[in-house]
Design a protein around this ligand. Sequence first.
Ligand code: TUI
Length: 308
Amino acid sequence: MKTRITELLGIQYPIIQGGMAWVAEHNLAAAVSNAGGLGLIGGANAPAEVVRDEIRKAKELTDKPIGVNVMLLSPYAEEVAKVVVEEGIKVVTTGAGNPEKYMDMWKAAGIKVIPVVASVALAKRMERYGADAVVAEGMESGGHIGEQTTMTLVPQVVDAVEIPVIAAGGIGDGRGIAAAFMLGAEAVQIGTRFVVAKESIVHEAYKERILKAKDIDSAVTGISHGHPIRCLRNQMTREYLRKEKEGASFEELEYMTLGALRKAVQEGDVKNGTVMAGQIAGLIHKEQTCKEMIEEMMAEAKEKMHWL
Ligand code: TUI
């Protein structure tokens, strides 16, 4: 199945893995790339040398292309932006901000630059700055989100730019991929489903929480201070949302969540930790290898699109 994205990235299937903080490490990225998608190392808030190490470990596990997601709110974003060049990375996605100050450096290094955007305005701006594609990410996604849904954002971005568009947010099976293609997307970015992959290193309790999630189990914290984060409801979100409603300060709320994602991902504390996941969690019921997931989703997408 060929699209401008599979051609641009040299991948077999039009599926890229989300650059999820603490989750998108070398084992998962290599597994997705080996299965014919594009695996990503999530830079998140990690120091540049940690990201360098992850890139090198991923390269030991695959000869296929892998990408890096640079999380622009990270205190180490600038250093990570240089490390991807030094390590010869060919594809960079960015999240939670505007990457224009790094674009010239990345383009000069021959890197394909794919900013994640949550609005038409940023998509157009990124195209002007030389982006090779954009990920249009709806608020169904886990983690840091914008305000538009995937259903509304994707076709508007598709109409606004010439470069290819990758749809993200709320996609977890072949029907979601087919739907994204109907909206004009040429690939999809998938996060939550890969969190429960066999190759994913997240704690079993975190995977269980996703596998058992219902449709209405999703909550968004931090809307009042402009840092909306989607995660699964638990003790932490209940307390956070109660304090937020009472008008707690940004500092107090931040303190509550400090290290909370790591606590959930690595220690399996799904009660007091932040269990970031998208709204599609309720659809995800089985742990499979990345290869099984990708092949199953592509077969279903092709069937839905009458390509078989
Ligand atoms: O980045 C994400 N999702 C994330 S990042 C993350 S880790 C984190 N750590 C500390 C604080 C906050 C997050 C967890 N999940 N998705 C891509 C994304 N980017 N979604 C929305 C945006 C976005 C929003 C506003 C991109 C740009 C933007 O405006 C930039 C501008 O200046 O116009």
